[in-house]
Design a protein around this ligand. Structure first.
Ligand code: PEP
Length: 251
């Protein structure tokens, strides 16, 4: 059965001390509670080991926001999937639109990153989603299908069944404009349909597909009540425990 997941994406926010305080506060807020979903925090590389140490692994998973597309070696400034693994983190967010747009991440690069993430026993949270011009032209389904076909649809069924998909329309990220519940549900149902066509109904049913884009405590209950929305990837609202916890509680 697929999991419900609320994953935070801190992006490039918080010093090490601030991040440690945030992770600790979240852990305390969740202590003694029965969670209806998995909770993950996507933190900058420098926070990974501290965040892992600060949280109860049964309550909060820790994700990197990226990894290198190379295994190891002379790649100054890069952090490998194996290094992420060595911190105790369990996930890597890959293919976020900010990385595709500002750091030139192509499908070929992402294929290597996904492969290295899986090879190290980590779970990729693989992002996809269209820009506003694509949505305005009503070509979002073709666009997202193409993003998946060029990347994670090349995986074996066994490997695909280990990944989490996050649909994040670029026009909704950090803008305060959320996709309507209907737009989000329609796209996630579409993604599930094409997963079923490619990998079969069982894998499609078992794949967790998240919505991301200005998700907050107010809109989360309606979004998470949709049959194909298995949770959220949360940017801005993951930076304050009260806001993030309210989204977790939306399940
Ligand atoms: C994100 O960047 O993954 C995201 C969903 O951001 P926000 O929630 O701030 O729109």
């Amino acid at each position: 059965m697929r999991k419900n997941i609320v994953a935070g994406n801190w992006k490039m926010n918080k010093t090490l001390q601030e991040g440690l305080a945030l992770a600790t506060e979240l852990n305390e807020a969740l202590a003694g509670e029965t969670q209806k979903c998995d909770v993950v925090i996507g933190v900058p590389f420098i926070h990974l080991a501290s965040a892992v140490a600060a949280v109860d692994a049964n309550k909060v998973g820790v994700a990197a926001q990226n990894c290198a597309n190379k295994e190891s070696g002379a790649y100054t400034g890069e952090v490998s999937a194996a290094m992420v693994k060595s911190t105790g983190a369990g996930y890597i967010i890959l293919g976020h639109s900010e990385r595709r747009e500002y750091y030139g991440e192509t499908s070929a690069i992402l294929n290597d990153k996904v492969a290295l993430t899986l090879a190290n026993g980590l779970t990729p949270i693989y992002c996809c989603g269209e820009a506003l011009d694509v949505r305005n032209a009503n070509e979002q389904n073709v666009y997202v299908k193409n993003q998946l076909e060029e990347t994670v649809f090349n995986l074996s069924a066994e490997d695909f069944s280990k990944i989490v998909i996050a649909y994040e329309p670029i026009w909704a990220i950090g803008t305060g404009v959320t996709a309507s519940t209907e737009q989000a549900q329609d796209m996630l149902a579409f993604i599930r349909t094409i997963i079923a066509e490619k990998f079969g109904a069982v894998i499609a049913e078992n794949t967790s597909i998240l919505y991301g884009g200005s998700c907050n405590a107010k809109n989360a209950p309606e979004l998470f009540a949709q049959p194909d929305i298995d949770g959220g990837l949360i940017g801005g609202a993951s930076l304050k425990v009260a806001d993030f916890k309210a989204i977790i509680d939306a399940f």
